[in-house]
Design a protein around this ligand. Structure first.
Ligand code: PRT
Ligand code: ZN
Length: 283
C-alpha cells in the first residue's frame, strides 16, 4: 500500500484526480475526504493544501505527492522529483510597472519585491549578484506595486492576463514549472514496486495524450513512401485488402501534425482515411 498526497482544492486538484483515474485508481467523489482508499489499486489518497505536500512527503506522511515544481523548489524539503506530468504549466517571473525603463536585471538592485516565493527569488538574485529587499506576502502579490507595498513582483504567470490587468510587465522569466511527482528519500522495496507500476501507467497516459489512430487504404506500392512520411512511427501495421494491389495501413499520429500528415498521405494515394481517438498506448 502506498499513500499519495494530492491538492485538495485548486488548480492541480482536478487534473491530479483525472490522471489517477486514467491510471485505474478511482476514489468515489463522496469519499474524497482527508484520506481515502482507492477501489482497485493498493493506494490511499491524502488531500492536502499544495504548500503542505513537499513536507508531508519528506516526513513520510505520504510516500509520493503530486505538486507544482515551484512548491518543491521553494520549500526545499528533502524530496526527489521522480516524474514530470505535463499539466499545471506556468512560470515564475519578475514583473515591473508598465512604463518603467528596463534594460537589465540590475534594475532590481535596491528595489522592494513582493512575492510568495522568497527562497527561489533569493537564490536567483544571489546568482545574478543583485541585492534587493524581498517582501514575502501570502496572496494577491500582483496588487502590491499599485498600493505602494513594493516596486515590483515575483509571481506565477501562465497566460499573463493578471499582469496586464494590474499594469505590470514581465521582464525576467526565472523558472518554468509544471506538476511533478515527488517521492521521499527512502522507501521499502514493496512500495518502490507499486510506484514503478504507477509511473509506468503515467508514462503510457502521457504517450497517448493527443494521439490519434489513423486507418487508410493506399496502393501497396506507396506503403514505403507513406512510412517514410511518418517518422517516429516504429512500424505501421499493413494489411492486404481484397482488391489486388491495395493495402490498409494503421498508424498512430500526434494530433498536432494530423492534418499535415493526412495531406501528405493523400498526395501519395491514400484514401478512405479514418481518424479515431486513441485511448492508451502501452509500450
Ligand atoms: O489552497 P492551496 O494552497 O492548495 O492552493 P494555492 O492557491 O496555493 O494554489 P493554486 O491552486 O492557485 O495553484 C496550484 C499550482 O498550480 C501552483 O503551485 C502552480 O504550480 C500551478 N499553476 C499553474 C498556477 C497557475 N498556473 C497560475 N496561473 N498557480 C497559480 N496561478 C495564478 C497566477 O499567480 C496568477 O495570479 O493564477 C493567476 C492567473 O494567471 P494568468 O497569468 O493566467 O493571468
Ligand atoms: Zn498553496
Amino acid at each position: 500500500m502506498i499513500r499519495i498526497a494530492i491538492q485538495a482544492k485548486g488548480r492541480l486538484n482536478e487534473q491530479s484526480i483525472e490522471l489517477l483515474s486514467e491510471a485505474g485508481i478511482f476514489v468515489e467523489a463522496n469519499r474524497r475526504t482527508l484520506l481515502a482508499k482507492a477501489n482497485n489499486f493498493p493506494v490511499e489518497i491524502l488531500y492536502l493544501r499544495d504548500d503542505d505536500i513537499p513536507q508531508a512527503v519528506a516526513m513520510g506522511v505520504a510516500d509520493i505527492g503530486i505538486v507544482g515544481r515551484n512548491e518543491v523548489e521553494e520549500k526545499e524539503f528533502p524530496v526527489k522529483m521522480i516524474h514530470s506530468l505535463g499539466f499545471g504549466a506556468c512560470r515564475l517571473s519578475l514583473a515591473i510597472p508598465k512604463g518603467e525603463k528596463y534594460e537589465s536585471v540590475q534594475w532590481f538592485a535596491g528595489k522592494r519585491i513582493a512575492t510568495s516565493y522568497p527562497r527561489i527569488l533569493e537564490r536567483y538574485f544571489r546568482q545574478q549578484h543583485i541585492v534587493a529587499e524581498i517582501h514575502t506576502i501570502a496572496g494577491s502579490v500582483e496588487i502590491a506595486p499599485s498600493v505602494g507595498m513594493a516596486d515590483a513582483i515575483f509571481d506565477i504567470v501562465s497566460s499573463g492576463a493578471t499582469l496586464i490587468k494590474n499594469g505590470l510587465v514581465e521582464v525576467e522569466k526565472v523558472m518554468e514549472s509544471e506538476a511533478v511527482v515527488i517521492a521521499g528519500k527512502s522507501l521499502s522495496t514493496e512500495k518502490e514496486a507499486i510506484i514503478t507500476q504507477l509511473l509506468f501507467r503515467f508514462d503510457a497516459i502521457a504517450r497517448s495524450r493527443g494521439m490519434k489512430y489513423v486507418l487508410m487504404n493506399l496502393p501497396c506500392e506507396a506503403v514505403e513512401r507513406a512510412a517514410a512520411l511518418l517518422p517516429g512511427v516504429k512500424s505501421p501495421t499493413i494489411l492486404p485488402l481484397q482488391q489486388k494491389g491495395w493495402c490498409s495501413m494503421h498508424v498512430a499520429i500526434n494530433e498536432s501534425e494530423l492534418w499535415n500528415k493526412i495531406e501528405l498521405l493523400k498526395s501519395i494515394g491514400a484514401q478512405d482515411i479514418l481518424v479515431l481517438s486513441l485511448e492508451k498506448m502501452i509500450p
